[in-house]
Design a protein around this ligand. Structure first.
Ligand SMILES: Nc1nc2c(ncn2[C@@H]2O[C@H](COP(=O)(O)OP(=O)(O)O)[C@@H](O)[C@H]2O)c(=O)[nH]1
Ligand SMILES: [Mg+2]
Length: 358
């Protein structure tokens, strides 16, 4: 994307610096190596593989290990976090994957209705499989969830387990897979029951990154969406990258109406119960909208973009009420807060992977 490229370059330079300071592949740690082996051994043994991807980056969040297995009707691509992606772009990506003879399914793991619909879809697949193969009536079906870190595998597994048709007694002792905003929190393969008679179990697995990511734009997107640990990236650079995307999109235009009254104009806001958080979100949107609207430069020009982003940082320091002695420390706090708002969907819906050139 023109206009964001210098920010991708800057980010990738810091990525390189980190990687040079570590002896081997720095984001592919020994946990991932061990887990990757365990997952690969199980793939041929399970009945279905659900590859969870991030709907904001349907290609960049691909789970590389699957290329060693023949693609089949037992593999389903889950585009999770659809609530954070552009709705129209998700539709286009769904059509693209269907054209490629894949089975895509877009969900928001926090949405009960989405999960119910997916369970029905999966149950139909399970019934087909049972009809067409030599399954005995008592045999268990196993479904393994795989994917890169932080795409919502554990959240998805938990929701399927909670909403799945299992007996009341079993519901009483519901297990939980650990869900966390930080990547790398799932360390073991966990089995959760999602249906009874016949039994269907889901296996949640740790997230695995590619051993090497050569494409610098891809690593920037993985960093922004949270698949790679934040400690490996400079937060202001990550926030600048995000702002360059926001400034070139049309999302901010939806914030024009924000006038400062307490009346909320967006559906997502009504579900937010933290009033202070509401006010901060509105103030951030208003500040970003006003900075972009007042800006007279050409955003395709990198120098102009840098200037706008600097102005946005200055305003955001006030909005977030950051008083720090050091300029760097203040910017780092602003960046972390801004990225957090983006990742929880408060600053618009962006699909970062483009279908062009596919
Ligand atoms: N907005 C949104 N957030 C999600 C969704 N699924 C998971 N998350 C959040 O994404 C983060 C990572 O989820 P987790 O299940 O731990 O990811 P995992 O590393 O793939 O197991 C957590 O903060 C979840 O609450 C979703 O569909 N929409
Ligand atoms: Mg997990």
């Amino acid at each position: 994307m023109a206009g964001t490229s210098s920010f991708v370059k800057k980010l990738s330079n810091s990525v390189k610096k980190v990687s040079e300071s570590k002896s081997s592949s720095w984001w592919y740690n020994h946990h991932m190596r061990a887990a990757s082996r365990a997952i690969s051994q199980r793939i041929p043994l399970v009945d279905f593989v659900l590859e969870v991807r991030d709907a904001r980056i349907p290609v960049s969040s691909q789970y590389g290990q699957l290329r060693y297995f023949p693609s089949s009707s037992r593999n389903i691509i889950i585009l999770n976090k659809m609530d954070l992606a552009s709705h129209s772009k998700t539709k286009e990506w769904m059509a693209y994957f269907k054209e490629q003879n894949c089975i895509p399914y877009a969900v928001n793991s926090h949405n009960k209705d989405n999960i119910k619909e997916f369970l029905n879809f999966l149950q139909a697949k399970v019934r087909d499989l049972r009809r067409n193969t030599h399954f005995s009536n008592t045999q268990t079906t196993t479904v393994m969830i795989v994917g890169i870190p932080n795409v919502g595998k554990s959240a998805f597994a938990n929701s399927l387990h909670q909403i799945g048709r299992i007996t009341a007694a079993e519901k009483g002792k519901l297990k939980q897979a650990k869900v966390s905003p930080h990547p790398g929190e799932t360390k073991d393969i966990t089995s959760l029951k999602i249906a009874s008679h016949p039994n269907v179990y889901i296996l949640d697995t740790p997230g695995i990154l590619p051993t090497e990511i050569v494409d610098i734009e891809r690593s920037s997107k993985l960093a922004l969406t949270g698949a790679i640990a934040d400690s490996l990236f400079d937060q202001p650079e990550l926030a600048q990258y995000f702002l360059s995307i926001l400034n070139l999109s049309h999302e901010y235009k939806r914030w024009e109406k924000i006038s400062g009254e307490s009346e909320l104009d967006e559906k997502e806001d009504r579900t937010m119960n933290d009033h202070t958080q509401d006010l901060v979100v509105r103030a951030v949107r208003r500040a970003l909208f006003e900075e972009i609207s007042a800006f007279k430069g050409n955003l395709e020009d990198e120098k102009d973009m840098v200037q706008l982003i600097e102005a946005q940082f200055t305003t955001l320091r006030k909005v977030f009420n950051v008083n720090s002695d050091s300029f760097e420390a203040a910017n780092s706090i602003v960046a972390t807060k801004l990225i957090n708002l983006y990742r929880t969907g408060r600053l618009g819906h962006y699909t970062l992977d483009s279908l062009q050139g596919m």
